[in-house]
Design a protein. Structure first.
Length: 482
């Protein structure tokens, strides 16, 4: 065998080094954290929040076609949030163990399958299945993106710039903001099935970019020692089963299925017992018990989004069924809420303190509830726009404020896991909101049901203000956030 010239050796897989010494790796010619890396990550990360809100303005049309009311279409909301609540932390662990690129691309393939199932679903049950699959598939993108950014940081020896992390946050918020308008436009022009089918072009473009540009995973996943921890499949299964049974109970609060509570309690007890025994638990209950401030932040975040999702889904249905607007116009009326949320998130990310923006968010929730209580079928459009915009303020401020609180309160070696649980608390608020909407509306959105949502928003806003003011840990300055 003839000797090879220095610098021409093939790089060893997974480490970027040649057999005979250092050799330039093709990816090192690319700028760190450049468009080649961020484009697929941003495209993939927008799918979960987009699908979370896009369905809101299509629920009435779906219910009309399948002859179901608000109590049944609420399953389309809660099914995806249940899958996402379990899927986000689980996919994060898989990304660490198997490699972020594998999990990222696998999630996009799953999204394509979910889009096809939903677009072609002949029954309402299969439509719910598609939302579950969609929740699992879209849950892969964000944690895999974060893992890939950490890998890029190790490769370049520099931390991910704040602007890079900010782009991920903006992708989630922006896609959630345009979701109701896009869903309404598709439902009004092409039909509600397009709300599911639109995932195909998004996911395929992201998948093509990922295959072409994202770096291959090293052998054994990400290659770091911390990536080799146990996935705790039993803990994930127990958590999912407990949530599923609880969701079944919540979605029929008008006629409560009390027999579901004992098995839910048993599963919850077994879950706690197993998590306390497992060396690398899916839910670190000991850390949560020691860190009361972090647990309180999860509670505050979940309650805030319970109100926000009650308004997001309940208000849009009321605009269509009680006020007579089309799904498209209902989505347009929600745009001020989305725009205000985006603006306030930017303001909140640049605020040094934590308690002040969270206090403002709580006050606006209470005030928004009071405004909703004054609305009825004859309310002029200007007042409807104002009411929606008022709820955008807590949506933006709470997102950045509670994120800052999590980073300040979480253990230094567990910020990623803590952030994942914050997302789970948000999904739990959404699941509870779906059940309350079904209870308060029944088969049709009415003024009386909206007024009950308004009272709930006011009461929880006052409670959140008390929890925020009483939390002494929020008095310290917030860490820098993207």
């Amino acid at each position: 065998m003839s000797p090879k010239r220095p610098g021409t050796e093939a790089p060893a897989p997974g480490n970027g080094l040649s057999a005979g010494g250092p050799a330039p790796h093709p990816r090192r010619q690319r700028p760190p954290f450049g468009a080649w890396l961020m484009t697929p990550l941003l495209l993939g990360s927008l799918l979960n929040p987009l699908n979370s809100t896009m369905i809101a303005t299509a629920l009435v049309a779906i219910g009309r076609d399948f002859h179901t009311g608000a109590a049944d279409t609420a399953w389309l909301i809660s099914a995806m949030y249940l899958a996402s609540a379990v899927g986000q932390p689980a996919m994060g662990r898989l990304a660490d163990r198997l490699g972020p690129r594998r999990v990222f691309t696998g999630g996009l393939v799953t999204v394509c399958a979910a889009g096809l199932i939903g677009a072609l679903a002949p029954t309402f049950t299969l439509l719910i299945v598609s939302r579950v699959v969609l929740g699992v598939g879209t849950s892969a993108a964000y944690p895999a993106a974060m893992a890939m950014l950490r890998a890029e940081s190790r490769r370049t020896g520099r931390a991910a710039p704040r602007s890079v992390l900010g782009r991920l946050s903006l992708a989630a918020l922006g896609s959630a903001a345009v979701g109701p308008a896009l869903g309404g436009l598709l439902a009004a022009t092409v039909g509600w099935r397009a709300v599911f089918a639109v995932n195909l072009p998004f996911a395929l473009v992201a998948l093509g970019c990922a295959v072409a540009w994202l770096p291959a995973d090293g052998r054994g996943g990400s290659g770091t020692q911390e990536a080799r921890h146990s996935l705790d499949p039993l803990g994930i299964a127990l958590f999912a089963a407990t949530l599923a049974i609880t969701m079944f109970f919540l979605l029929d609060l008008a006629d409560p299925r009390w027999l579901l509570l004992p098995p839910a309690a048993v599963l919850a007890a077994v879950l706690v017992w197993w998590q306390l025994r497992h060396p690398e638990p899916f839910l670190d209950l000991r850390m949560l018990a020691r860190n009361g401030a972090l647990t309180l932040t999860y509670l505050r975040h979940g309650l805030t989004y319970l109100v926000i999702y009650c308004v997001l889904y309940g208000y849009s249905q009321w605009l269509e069924e009680a006020h007579g607007y089309s799904s498209f116009h209902s989505g347009l009326l929600l745009l001020p809420m989305s725009a205000t949320a985006a603006l306030c998130s930017l303001v909140g990310a640049r605020t040094k303190g934590i308690r002040a923006p969270l206090s403002v968010a709580a006050v606006c929730l209470a005030a928004g509830g009071a405004v909703l209580f004054l609305l009825d079928g004859g309310t002029p459009m200007a007042a409807l726009l104002l009411a929606g915009a008022l709820f955008g303020i807590p949506q933006g401020l709470a997102a950045t404020g509670n994120q800052a609180a999590v980073y300040a309160q979480a253990p230094a070696d567990g910020v990623g896991a803590a952030a994942g649980l914050q997302r789970t608390s948000q999904y739990l608020g959404a699941i509870t909101a779906a059940g309350l909407i079904a209870l308060l509306y029944g088969h049709r959105a009415t003024d009386a049901g909206l007024h009950e949502i308004a009272v709930l928003g006011t009461v929880l806003g006052v409670l959140l203000l008390a929890l925020t003011v009483a939390d002494r840990t929020l008095r310290r300055p917030a860490p820098a956030t993207p």
